[in-house]
Design a protein around this ligand. Structure first.
Ligand code: SAH
Length: 458
């Protein structure tokens, strides 16, 4: 249906609606004569009254006043700060309902953006336990009544609310964040003040190796020096079991990027270790590492199944991070080439290959869209090519290189169904056929949706 340009309702008008759909950020959609209104808090299938709050050309927003018929999938959010925080968007939907919504999200974009017909889209592989899954927490630090608070930005604002616990984070992260906050508070550390660009502590980050029990604490500070550094380090090591690494990330810029360009080891190791399946990984502060290791195993197993390696293949793993997928594939391939833009991640990748005695991999630092075309010119090609790009998807140059290089198989791991659909269209037009798509729920309670797609050269 084509959306009407002009709103068929007036601003502030109260109307009864039926909610049909969920957006990628968890708002319900009600359509009035084809004109979509986005409303937070409602679910597909529900009926209620809303007040129109903002009307743009083509779409508007409304505020939920009353629900008159509720969805059988509605549930009470478990988290007491759910409505203030915004970190989760789907706690009011049962887990089964979340999985259905994500499947629908993938189906919709494959049809609308990807224009894909006869591709098998499987139901989402859900998590055994949809709570307490995250192995990494990074929280902003602020001040309230002269003391430090660490938690989250209140929705649509820059004020920070203290958070004792977060139900999608591992309990260990809650402990680390609150203890580090209290220690820094006691030693007179000032929170970073965004508006004045003054103060010291910007963020506290905790990374936890769920299998090894190792903890990394990262203090993100505006300046290199801060008072009582030695004592703070000592107390962190004394109070928190499992700490093997304390890192300082210095970020002196006016920016909302969390980590700075300078990283210093304050105590212990530069990395922590963790396992996915049998493979051991070294993870440094600046490297990307999947936040849900149990579901990552499910995802990688699927990617490996789609790659269907016999031991004879040459494989390229684009956007390889610390070499996670590369090392999984290397066990079954002749040779794997990985490429990644963050130098520290490639240092980790090399360390990880060595750690696991894997010798048939080679890693390069750089943009996938620059390095892979260079490889292609030098005669390095792939039988199977894996990509796992960030949310914005693959660069066009990379997609064109894949089309020219003609690997028999492409396995596309994606954290954004919309850009996946867009890129699959390009690959289909370039001679590939999408055979299957398997969504995997890596991020329960949120609207984020991970998928892996299998393409064959036709
Ligand atoms: N495959 C890895 C990492 C996936 S996340 C894993 O599963 O753990 C995406 C990765 O792409 C990040 O590590 C990010 O640093 C990297 N990246 C972002 N833009 C890139 C680019 N243009 N070229 C290569 N790598 C890039």
């Amino acid at each position: 249906m084509v959306a009407k340009i002009q709103a068929p309702v007036q601003k502030n008008e109260i109307i009864d609606v039926v909610f049909e759909d969920l957006t990628h950020d968890g708002q319900a959609v009600a359509k009035i004569e084809g004109y979509p209104l986005f409303v937070a808090g409602a679910l597909p299938g529900e009926k209620g009254s809303i007040q129109a709050t903002k009307l743009n050309k083509g779409y508007g927003f409304g505020r939920l006043i009353e629900l008159k018929e509720t969805s059988p999938f509605r549930q009470e959010p478990e988290c007491p700060i759910y409505s203030q925080c915004g970190g989760c968007q789907l706690q009011h939907l049962s887990y089964e309902g979340q999985l259905q919504a994500k499947e629908k999200q993938v189906r919709d974009v494959m049809e609308r953006i990807g224009k894909l017909e006869d591709v098998t889209i499987h139901p989402v592989l859900g998590a055994n336990d949809p709570w307490r899954y995250r192995n990494k927490a990074q929280v902003p630090v602020g001040e309230e009544n002269g003391g430090l608070v660490a938690g989250f930005y209140q929705k649509r604002s820059h004020s920070i609310i203290n958070m004792e616990q977060c139900l999608i984070q591992h309990e260990k992260s809650d402990e680390v964040i609150q203890k580090v906050r209290a220690i820094c508070d006691r030693y007179g550390i000032k929170a970073y003040d965004e508006a004045k660009h003054k103060g010291t502590l910007r963020h506290i980050m905790a990374r936890y190796g769920k299998i090894t029990g190792e903890v990394m604490v990262v203090l993100v500070t505006r300046t290199e020096d801060f008072p009582n550094k030695k004592k703070i380090i000592e107390e962190i090591t004394e109070q928190i079991d499992g700490v093997t690494s304390i890192i300082q990330s210095i970020n002196s810029k006016k920016t909302n990027v969390i980590l700075g360009d300078t990283t210093k080891v304050l105590w212990g190791n530069e990395v922590i270790y963790d396992y996915i399946g049998d493979i051991k990984f070294a993870i440094s502060a600046r490297s990307f590492y999947q936040v849900n290791p149990e579901q990552t195993k499910v995802l990688y197993d699927k990617a490996l199944e789609y790659a269907n390696l016999t031991g004879e293949e040459q494989v390229i793993d684009a956007y390889c991070g610390i070499g996670t997928i590369s090392l999984f594939l290397a066990q079954k391939a002749k040779k794997v080439y990985g490429v990644e833009i963050v130098p520290e991640a490639i240092e980790d990748a090399n360390r990880n290959a060595e750690l696991n005695g894997i010798t048939n991999v080679e890693f390069a630092v750089g943009e996938a869209e620059t390095v892979i075309p260079d490889w292609y010119k030098q005669g390095i090609t792939a039988d199977v090519l894996v990509v796992d790009p960030p949310r914005k998807g693959c660069d066009e140059t990379l997609l064109q290189t894949i089309i020219d290089m003609k690997p028999k198989k492409v396995v596309y791991v994606s954290c954004n169904p919309a850009t996946l659909a867009r890129d699959l269209r390009v690959l289909e037009d370039g001679g590939y056929k999408t055979v299957e798509i398997q969504p995997v729920d890596m991020f329960p309670m949120t609207t984020h949706c991970e998928s892996v797609a299998w393409l064959e050269l036709v």
